[in-house]
Ligand binder design. Structure first.
Ligand SMILES: [Zn+2]
Ligand SMILES: [Zn+2]
Length: 328
């Protein structure tokens, strides 16, 4: 007998309920994937060791390593460049890939580039692509309402920023919300083995650094700045959209959530800072709706579209652009 559940509690799957227990199930009997995946189980909010230990380890090595290098005056422009390069390359994998493509299908591409996008995003160590996109769809469905899994309005800023990501409760992929991409075996494989590309990329940086400079220290520096420290920045850069972009900035559109537009956040996230635009109209490949709203992910997607690598980039319809004054 199920009694009243506390807020945000996940009910076990049952007849007439989705796996999350919050809405009618969409024809689960017809889902050919159902037999391959275990049901979404009830979890708790204790830290998940498989997420938290690597998270703390990468922070410790990245911050102490960078601190020591700075203190001893050992930072070169190559280190800074490496850090920036792998930050923005992987941010593109998250924003253009994990977010705009896999979560919102804001444009189209072929199966190979789809995998490349997922792979680049996966090296950012933000769990699997299908896990990420499914949880993000949940965020939009309930944004800043009781069932939003990372709302700084419903819960604390810290919870929205990283607490929800580190706890075991939301560690399972919500397959029901991502059936459109779960049909690709290579994406399911990447989703399960998401740590491999991240670890592999740091090892590769180490080896390249070692080869180029000709000593182990060259490898360690490349691994520190391109891998560890840039991953720390990338985590927090991405997480600001779940935390800061719901509390800091301006609101052009009246939405049912507290999403904001923020120029600074748009710079560090390649355009994701136009979060109020995005919550108002989610399916566009551009989140900066006007020319002054910088959106580097979109600029890159636009260039890729000239070469036929991506196509059918969705942009906001006229009524959305004209609606801004009325909604402000
Ligand atoms: Zn979104
Ligand atoms: Zn949001």
């Amino acid at each position: 007998m199920q009694t009243a559940l506390p807020p945000l509690r996940i009910a076990p799957a049952g007849p007439g309920l989705s796996e999350r227990g919050d809405e009618p199930a969409p024809s689960t009997g017809e889902n050919p994937l159902a037999k391959f995946f275990p049901p979404y189980v009830e979890g708790d909010e204790r830290l998940d060791r498989w997420t938290s230990i690597p998270y703390i380890f990468v922070h410790t090595v990245g911050i102490i390593g960078a601190g020591v290098a700075i203190a001893y005056g050992q930072v070169t422009w190559v280190d800074v460049l490496l850090c920036g390069l792998f930050y923005y390359l992987r941010m593109f994998g998250i924003t253009a890939g994990y977010h705009r493509y896999f979560s919102h299908r804001a444009y189209k591409t072929g199966r190979i580039f789809q995998f490349i996008l997922a792979f680049i995003g996966t090296t950012s160590l933000q769990k699997g692509v299908l896990w990420w996109a499914a949880h993000h769809r949940q965020h939009h469905k309930y944004s800043d309402q009781e069932r939003d899994i990372h709302s700084p309005v419903q819960r604390s800023f810290h919870w929205a920023h990283q607490g929800w990501f580190l706890c075991g409760r939301y560690d399972r992929t919500d397959w029901e919300r991502i059936q459109d991409f779960a049909k690709y075996p290579e994406l399911r494989w990447l989703n399960t083995n998401f740590r491999g590309p991240a670890i592999g990329s740091v090892i590769l940086m180490f080896l390249i650094g070692w080869l180029v400079r000709g000593d182990v220290m060259g490898g360690l520096r490349a691994g520190l700045w391109g891998g560890f420290f840039s991953t720390v920045l990338l985590w927090h850069g991405t997480f600001t959209i779940n935390s800061l972009a719901h509390v800091w900035g301006s609101r052009r559109y009246k939405t049912t959530d507290d999403s904001r537009n923020n120029f600074f956040l748009a710079l560090i996230t390649m355009g994701e800072g136009w979060h109020n635009n995005h919550h108002y109209y989610q399916s566009t490949a551009n989140q900066g709706f006007f020319w002054w709203e910088v959106d580097f992910s979109y600029y890159i997607l636009k260039v890729l579209s000239w070469f036929g690598i991506v196509w059918d980039l969705r942009t906001p319809p006229k009524h959305v652009l004209e609606n801004r004054a009325a909604s402000a």
